[in-house]
Design a protein around this ligand. Structure first.
Ligand SMILES: O=P(O)(O)OC[C@@]1(O)O[C@H](CO)[C@@H](O)[C@@H]1O
Length: 393
């Protein structure tokens, strides 16, 4: 990285910290929610009991030798971290491993009749089917009368703020303050002009590294539909997760559900849905589920094939809080550390669209940081009431 000094990796062991509360409180709450949502049998209840005890009081255990991803996880860190407390290893790693272990406990990886059953599906479906989703789709009718640029900007902001729709975040009931009540600007960095300038040529390929399903994925898809329809991009690649992750992260099944929701909606929403459906059919919109999308590692460690994909894109948009942590490195950066420096390793132009839901932040100007601290102490970092659009060309 240029001349930027590095910063300590965030662990989960600092008393009173947000990461520690996620490990000690959010994860047990998620186990309970999943347990209550399915008529699991005794094996799964026992496995969930064991996971609850292990992830709060125990030491990290490697995956069973016959697990399909045993070797993958050994290379990603179980070889180094087995035997350590969950709190004493990088927080990015322990969170990610928690979701892997939760899927194992409910039989997701099989063999058996629960193989492939997404333990978060009831929450995702409830959100997608909620009347609020219709309320969010209704303004698309009025948007049709606006210029393509205004539409693009509205849809970009829809995609950005859609990132508040994170079920893990809501299940643990933090960040109840609404964006409208925030005393300092909601957007703490806005490089949207630079973002659009990167998509001003012809033949552009846009990679969108998605985050949550439902009410975040829908606006992501609307943005892609508009850009494809306007020929602002020739091709889009939507990176989703190969398996359920962080409660609401989008999988291929969630993309299919979202497309059905759009095509079945009244008004303009259905037109967007049909645009996407045909773009999937002719290859202008592709969906990728790369294993590294669920890796417990920063993007700086991405494998060569993924690096080549991002290198070939005109722009990669990285959505959400977790992806931001992975993009800049889950470290206690000074907030004014340049975003361009911490993303210098990324193989092509990259943009982050994220609402702020964890401590990591880079690329703020000193005045903005001071105003945020004066108004809110450090709550702005995790409350989900602020957002950013940061771009490295
Ligand atoms: O990536 P997303 O959906 O925007 O947010 C994920 C999140 O809720 O999970 C982590 C804590 O568990 C934080 O990074 C963040 O608050």
């Amino acid at each position: 990285m240029p001349d930027t000094p590095t910063a300590p990796v965030i662990l989960g062991n600092e008393p009173g910290s947000f990461p520690r509360s996620v490990l000690a409180e959010r994860h047990p709450a998620i186990i309970q929610q999943v347990r209550d949502a399915f008529p699991y049998g005794p094996d799964q209840h026992r496995a969930l009991d064991a996971l609850l005890k292990n992830c709060t009081e125990g030491a990290i255990e490697p995956l069973p030798l016959d697990a399909p991803d045993h070797d993958q996880w050994a290379a990603w860190g179980t070889d180094s971290y087995a035997g350590h407390s969950w709190y004493d290893v990088p927080w990015l790693w322990s969170e990610s491993y928690f979701y892997r272990q939760l899927l194992g406990a409910v039989g997701y990886f099989g063999p058996g009749s629960w193989q492939g059953i997404d333990p978060f599906r009831p929450f995702k479906r409830a959100e997608l089917d909620a009347p609020e989703t219709d309320e969010e789709l209704a303004p698309l009718d009025a948007l049709a009368a606006k210029s393509p640029e205004d539409r693009a900007n509205s849809l970009l902001h829809g995609s950005l703020w859609g990132n508040r729709a994170d079920l893990g975040f809501r299940l643990s009931a933090v960040g109840t303050e609404s964006a409208a009540q925030a005393p300092v600007p909601a957007l703490v960095a806005d490089d949207s002009e630079l973002l659009w300038s990167l998509l001003s040529g012809t033949g552009a390929t846009l990679c969108l590294v998605a985050d949550n399903a439902g009410r975040e994925l829908i606006p992501d898809l609307l943005l892609l539909a508009h850009l494809l329809d306007q020929r602002r991009i020739e091709r889009a690649v939507l990176h989703i997760k190969p398996h359920p992750y962080y409660v609401s992260d989008a999988t291929t099944a969630d993309v299919v559900d979202a497309l059905h929701r759009l095509t079945g909606a009244p008004g303009a929403a259905a037109t967007y849905g049909r645009t996407l459906w045909s773009a999937m059919a002719d290859g202008r919109l592709a969906v990728r589920a790369h294993p590294f999308s669920c890796a417990p590692l920063p993007y700086a460690d991405m494998p060569a094939d993924l690096r080549a994909e991002f290198a070939a894109a005109t722009l990669t948009i990285v959505k959400g809080d977790l992806n931001y942590r992975r993009l800049v490195g889950d470290r206690a950066w000074d907030p004014t550390t340049p975003f361009a420096d911490v993303t210098a390793y990324f193989p092509g132009p990259v943009a982050a669209l994220r609402t702020l839901k964890s401590d990591v932040i880079t690329g703020l100007d000193a005045r903005t940081e001071a105003a945020l601290v004066a108004a809110e102490g450090q709550r702005w970092r995790t409350g989900g009431t602020h957002a950013l659009i940061q771009v490295r060309a």
